[in-house]
Design a protein around this ligand. Structure first.
Ligand code: FCB
Length: 467
């Protein structure tokens, strides 16, 4: 139909969540504490002193939430399993924890929703943190054991597996600048933790393959670096190396980029962590790559290449990050859909691997109106623009197989607590009432039509919002 941009047939539509952000029930049925439970209890660590103790109460309300997915006609759902629920001490399986995901997967399959399972979305068992967490090399073995346990239980019904979500955040924010759990502030340690994330990914991928997995991936968060002046190309290179290629190149079997190794040499954190054979383990071939995209980063070079950056990524020097440009979201992220097109086109060529946008979305100041409707026009527009950007990438030849909106529900947004709302569905955290936002209805319609309105064509929330 004119006026709309159609996606390839078989394109995968869905919504995403993560265990700690929605489940609540942190002490239920034998679940052990995670690093986020402990971190959230530290005064000042999370806005408003919030935690995931209740969150969206999804542990108890998962049937209702699966019904919501079904109402929205979502063919796919990306969720994560909580390691501390499945292995409260990090290593010993808890039957009640496994049983929860068994029920969730069955509920999804009952409604013809394809599960996409992420094994780690930042909620490390505290017991393992006490043994060193991601700084301890043995974590690779512990994670592979856990991956094998979950796969043995659910592999007959779950086809799509993602090892780690955004090791960048979990290593660099968790162990580098300390804004995420476990709150360690040590750039050298962060580099070690990052290597162990990749090693754990590789060992888990091997375990899953050995168990017969045929659809394996990792979800990486990319922030394309933008410079106005071509003379700032070295700032682009430096930022891209530590933010993006640090994680991407090793999983593609290319090892750590030589320029990154040179840039980081002064910290002496990465090299001592690498042992013979590690890079081969990390290079376990993948079937697709999850691309999490929110915003680009504006960069500029510094005259002195050894001057520390204002950006707190481990070892980053010789460049500065500039303020993002309007329009911004509630989290201060620049809205720049063209970067998503460029990123997907570039990654498709660079990886020669199918891509799935595993997260994309935005927080805006939502209001529930008197009629109980959330008219989140900003988010509708955000999704329309970013979906057109994905469509443009596909037109330009990028092999993009799916798009999973972040997020199904408003939820616990890590160190920001319950402030920023990313959901397609509004959650009233006082009473747990769910309301599908206009953006939810809009996204449902996009998924049903397998097409997004072209630019200049009306972007309506979808017929059902008016009911
Ligand atoms: C990503 C995380 C996800 C959510 C979004 C907004 O970095 O993977 O859990 O916090 O950002």
């Amino acid at each position: 139909m004119t006026g709309e941009l159609a996606f390839p047939s078989g394109f995968l539509w869905g919504a995403a969540t993560a265990a700690y952000q929605i489940e609540g029930a942190t002490a239920e049925d034998g679940r052990g504490p995670s690093i986020w439970d402990v971190f959230a209890a530290v005064p000042g660590a999370v806005e408003g002193g919030a935690s995931g103790a209740t969150a969206c109460d999804h542990y108890r309300r998962y049937r209702e939430d699966v019904d919501l997915l079904s109402t929205l006609g979502m063919p796919t759902y990306r969720f994560s399993t909580a390691w501390p629920r499945i292995m409260p001490d990090g290593r010993t399986p808890n039957p009640a924890g496994l049983a929860f995901y068994d029920r969730l997967v069955d509920a999804l399959l009952d409604r013809d929703i394809t599960p996409v399972l992420t094994l780690y979305h930042w909620d490390l068992p505290q017991a393992l943190q006490e043994r060193g967490g991601w700084v301890e090399r043995d974590i690779a073995l512990w994670f592979a054991e856990y991956a094998g346990t979950v796969h043995t239980r659910l592999g007959d019904r779950v086809k799509h597996w993602t090892t780690l979500n955004e090791p960048f955040c979990s290593a660099f924010l968790g162990y580098g600048n300390g804004v995420h759990a476990p709150g360690v502030k040590n750039p050298r340690t962060a580099l070690r933790a990052a290597h162990h994330h990749l090693l754990a990914h590789g060992q888990a991928a091997q375990a899953l393959r050995a168990g017969g997995a045929t659809s394996l991936s990792i979800a990486l968060n990319f922030s394309p670096a933008l410079a106005d002046d071509p003379a700032d190309h070295d700032a682009v290179r430096r930022f891209d190396a530590v933010h993006n290629r640090f994680f991407l190149d090793p999983v593609l079997g290319r090892g750590y980029p030589a320029d990154l190794r040179a840039d980081l040499a002064h910290l002496d954190g990465l090299e001592p962590a690498i042992r013979d054979g590690d890079l081969d383990v990390i290079a376990e071939p993948l079937d697709w790559i999850g691309v999490n995209y929110y915003a680009p980063t504006r960069v500029v070079s510094l005259a002195d290449p050894t001057e520390p950056s204002n950006c707190p990524l481990p070892g980053l020097r010789g460049m500065s990050v500039l303020p993002p440009r309007a329009p911004l979201t509630v989290t201060g992220w620049e809205q720049h859909p063209a970067s998503l097109t460029d990123l997907l086109v570039h990654l498709s060529e660079y990886t020669r691997t199918p891509l799935v946008v595993a997260e994309n979305g935005a927080a805006f100041p939502d209001v529930v109106d008197e009629g109980g409707r959330v008219r989140d026009d900003d988010r509708v527009r955000y999704f329309a623009e970013h979906l057109r950007a994905v469509h443009a990438a596909i037109e330009a030849g990028a092999d993009v197989r799916g798009y999973l909106a972040w997020s199904l529900l408003d939820n616990f947004e890590w160190a920001w607590g319950y402030g920023p709302r990313f959901g397609l569905v509004h959650v009233d955290f006082a009473c747990q009432r769910r309301i599908v936002k206009d953006s939810g209805w809009f996204f449902a319609e996009v998924a049903a039509r397998n097409a997004v309105p072209a630019e200049g064509h009306p972007v309506t929330p979808g017929r059902r919002a008016d009911r």
